[in-house]
Write a protein that binds this ligand. Structure first.
Ligand code: HEM
Length: 400
């Protein structure tokens, strides 16, 4: 899912070639530091109207991690924690070491488009005495018939999404965030994901998922007139601290790849309603051609089947419900039954889950051709506040 953000040119710029470890006073390894390669130099700003990691193009590596506040920790500890995490994230995203005891794992690398994004789960507001500021949008997601959710790998008081185009840079950031949690919060669950590496294809295109499909084509695009309204919380809502923020729905979706891979190509394409080779709709054209949902084949049946995933999930079939899908693939080895524990860390962003994920998933749950090949195994919903202004830490408008 989600390559369209990249196609829309949201790359926030490969900043100059200066090795920022050296710039921070670290020895550069002798002599003049060589200019960083393009991938290393990619920098995403920490500050702005929105947090990084939402419209940022998909990165090659990702970690998502949820924390629970420690017993006894409340609002005061949460303030100190968000200050520490924000300070660390700003340094990390600039490619700079964090503190004297930096492990050096990211040494010699540039920022590699690292983003660190913070969110609050519903339980955070109970723990910090801020229930009056809990947005209605954090009401628990409804149960879906196909859910096989593991509570230990779901929800959590705090959520952090880390993405980078280098595995060591992403791991380094994860370790720093965990270390900076200190005694205030403990990891509840953590998941690792990946996407295609920059430069792996000759022509930049929408990402592929582990089923081999082009995934992310019909994402809302930042150039759409209603993009901001659909994805980000507008000013003037009942929780002013969420202005510029977004709600993240996170689902660990296992793919039943042995079953999927046995399906002949023609059937695979009917499950989605798009061609596997180039992502074009079965009604013809190229990847960006609008699917013709009314077109009938010579057998009198819709060319894009009635249960095709792309038909059922389309905004025009769901009262305009739309979300920005920005996932990572995952692979956690081979299970005891010999099948891969692999699939999609589905992450979608919207201004209101009740006008994004929820109605669409309800409909998919009732009869999507893809459902036979996937299993939702974990779930989370987080309020991700707007980006920090100069001098602010993330979440300051909520916590102070
Ligand atoms: C479209 C795959 C789960 C919502 C698509 C497409 C593919 C795909 C290949 C067509 C290309 C595109 O427009 O991106 C998958 C896979 C999933 C999955 C493999 C699970 C492993 C979900 C879930 C939701 C969802 C859980 C939301 C509840 C959508 C939407 C579209 C879409 C909104 C765009 C429809 C349109 O406007 O044409 N998906 N999807 N998908 N999917 Fe999924």
């Amino acid at each position: 899912t989600a390559g369209a953000a990249g196609a829309a040119g949201l790359v926030l710029g490969a900043a100059g070639g200066a090795a920022t470890y050296a710039a921070a006073g670290e020895p550069s390894g002798g002599g003049d530091a060589p200019a960083l390669a393009t991938v290393g130099a990619g920098t995403v700003p920490f500050r702005g109207a929105h947090q990084a990691g939402i419209t940022t193009p998909l990165q090659a590596r990702g970690h998502v991690v949820a924390f629970d506040l420690a017993p006894g920790a409340g609002r005061k500890e949460a303030v100190a924690l968000m200050r520490r995490w924000s300070a660390a994230a700003e340094l990390l995203m600039a490619g700079r070491p964090v503190g004297d005891g930096d492990s050096g794992v990211a040494r010699d690398a540039g920022p590699c488009s690292l983003t660190v994004t913070f969110g609050f789960g519903a339980s955070f507001f109970d723990r910090t005495g801020l229930v009056a500021r809990r947005p209605a949008q954090l009401e628990p997601l409804p149960a879906f018939s196909a859910d096989r959710l593991d509570a230990r790998r779901s929800n959590g008081d705090l959520w952090v999404q880390i993405g980078a185009d280098d595995a060591l840079v992403a791991f380094h950031a994860l370790r720093v965030i965990q270390k900076e949690a200190g005694a205030a919060a403990k990891v509840r669950w953590q998941m690792n994901g990946f996407n295609r590496s920059p430069g792996a294809t000759a022509r930049p295109m929408t990402a592929r998922n582990l089923m081999g499909q082009v995934d992310g084509t019909n994402n809302p695009k930042p150039t759409d007139p209603d993009f901001d309204r659909r994805i980000f919380v507008a000013a003037g809502g009942d929780q002013p601290w969420m202005t510029g923020g977004s709600y993240a729905v996170v689902r660990r979706i296992r793919m039943l790849l042995d079953d999927w891979e046995k399906l002949p190509l023609e059937k695979q394409e009917r499950v989605i309603g798009r061609r596997k080779s180039d992502g074009a709709p079965l009604t013809g054209g190229t990847e960006t051609t609008k699917p013709d949902l009314d077109k009938l084949g010579s057998d009198g049946k819709p060319v894009i089947p009635v249960d095709a995933h792309a038909r059922i999930s389309a905004p025009e079939q769901n009262g305009g419900a739309a979300m920005l899908r920005r996932p990572f693939s995952f692979h956690d080895g081979i299970g005891p039954d010999g099948t891969p524990d692999a699939g999609l860390l589905f992450i979608c962003w919207q201004a209101d889950p009740l006008r994004g994920f929820v109605p669409v998933q309800r409909k998919l749950d009732r009869g999507d051709a893809l459902s036979a090949f996937i299993r939702h195994e974990a779930s989370g919903l987080y309020a991700v506040p707007g980006g920090p202004a100069d001098g602010e830490y993330v979440g300051q408008r909520l916590l102070e």
